[in-house]
Design a protein around this ligand. Sequence first.
Ligand SMILES: *Cc1c(COP(=O)(O)O)cnc(C)c1O
Length: 732
Amino acid sequence: MSQIEAIPASAPQVSAAIELTAETLYDKCTALARNLWWSWHPEVINLFRDLDPIRWRQLDHNPIALLSEFTPERLEMRAAELVLYSRINHAYRRLKEYLAEAQTWGNTHAGVLGAKPVAYFSLEFGVHESVPIYSGGLGVLSGDHIKSASSLGVPLVAIGLFYDQGYFKQHLDGNGYQQEEYLNTKVENLPMEPARGRDGKPITVEIHTRTGRLLAKVWLMRVGRVNLYLLDCDVPSNSPEDRELTARLYGGDNRTRIRQELVSGVGGIRTLKALGITPGVYHLNEGHSGFATLEAIRERIKDDGMSFDDALREVAQRTAFTTHTPVPAGHDRFDGQLIEEHLGPLRDELGISFEQLMGLGRVEPQNQNESFCMTVLGLKLSRRANAVSNLHGHVTRRMWAHLWPWRVEEEIPIGHITNGVHIPSWLAWQMQQLYDRNFPVGWMHRMGEPQDWQRIHDVDPGELWETHYALKNLLLAFARRRVSRQCRRRGESDEAVEAARNILDPSILTIGFGRRFATYKRAMLILTDQDRLAEVVNDPNRPVQFIFAGKAHPADEPGKQLIKNIANFRHDPRFAGRIAFVEDYDINVCRHLIQGVDVWLNNPRRPLEASGTSGQKAVLNGALNLSVLDGWWAEAYDGSNGFAISRGSQHVDDAITDARDAADLYRVLEQEIIPLYYDRDIDGLPRQWIKRMMNSIGTLAWRFSADRMVADYVRNAYLPASGGLSCDMSVR
Ligand SMILES: *Cc1c(COP(=O)(O)O)cnc(C)c1O
């Protein structure tokens, strides 16, 4: 791809480079706390933690909440006590420089987007555990995407919803059954402020439906150089019911769902307009926000006098659509009545009939039995669509082949860009220091490229192993603290609480499994043959232990049963102290797990895991992946950088697939993993294991980084969509 000439950004609203002019120490800390840039800078995190380590933990690592407990005077005293002045001044200066930085990758490679940025739509954003507007993988991916866009300097604004009750906090009751508790987030403790329009007034958008009108106010959250706009229906002019519309993520029924999607899509485009931002590209992260395209078409008809067909072509040219799941429940479908109720007024302005509108969401436009599918809308209204791994690309093309019945699979215009993770967010501080000591200076500015990472092979194996061992100890301390707290909350005996403080042993091979308890992820696979597992776990010379974590969707009864089964293994004497379940899987729990385990287990039913990203986070910290060859792992595994379960086979009968995969899982564990892990040299080092850790880091860290991913989106989706370059429509 040729280099695009840099054009200076001319739309000031797009840039997050507000003038920071803090004078006092307190103001500087506040400025740091109010831009989520801090969340991927360990030296700033450590700074907040040092102010009050206990409150920091109790407040879910929320610096604004922490600072609200300090007066400026007390902060000054504390800073003097701990000699924090220079650290605070240094951090503040770095943030200022970061926001003002002009020489970025994006400036060189994505300059044309400067005046007309990418508008990135997602229904959830997982930026940090203290901002609970995400549920799982999709949200964390969006968060990582905008963080890397910020670091690379790609002109991008993000649009989502603000959920004041978030997803839910998970507790297990005495029977191991999941209980959901909703948060009551205090807006004043979040790094948000009302977004202001060109007129300087806080923005409110209005959307008419056939049955009334919906209002939403808009918050601005700063994520480094990226502005994230969050729509919120909790405004007095809405009906009491509508004020609750954006209270919870994935709450309510299909009507709630379409109304949320209407607010994020149509409301999102209206927000951009009020901000004076003209996007050059619309990126729909999942079909959820697909209605944005219809509003963008309406704008062109109204403002530019275009015909519907021309406006549709223009918008589709500028739209990139990413689809994330081959599981049918992951594709929203709405019946005609819901569509007409919510999009009727917009349809009038588009000048199209009900049937024409429905046709945009149907595979066969005339088929009155088909409901309106948001994925179909996304595919029809985007010139560029992509899946999120190589294998998922194949699966998705096959899945939607009937939209292009005259084409063979290779010609279906859906490509793939494999997901990646934002390295500074997931890399343990101790491991980052190891890389700093051993990699060329400035490696963190080239994280998405392979060269520097090859230096991992020159690292002293003992140094790598000790760093990993220290992180493992931190994980086990965390797990014990959490599990004993869980026992106390359930009102269990003092002995039980005390026993929980002593579970798990750092010298034992530790396998982690943390993910949503959707049935296709098969959390129970490792427990298929319990007698065999009990033998493995209790081998006197080469024992194994497990840490599980994960939530089930509140409506997913089978998922909750799975959790119950696993959580209750702690009562089974064969597994006591060797299988732990840590409640309330979130970004914080995930971070601890992937930074401290020896092995990260992933055993979905192939090919249902579109990509998966937690294993990519594990790579960065030296954990080895043990995974079915599905999602990202199908293209990542090379025989020497981790472990594979079943060589990419699957049977039409799920029960047979499950039995085969379980058998192979035990085989790999018993014959490959355990011997390799416990094979120590005279220094006590597992040389071959460490070699594999190095292979994993050297081959995978850069490739599955969000920096590489965002650069791929820029080259293969954003630039062609913005008209900067012509390129074939697939992004394969
Ligand atoms: C990374 C992450 C995920 C996604 O992991 P998968 O591998 O897709 O299961 C889910 N939840 C949280 C909290 C995460 O941090």
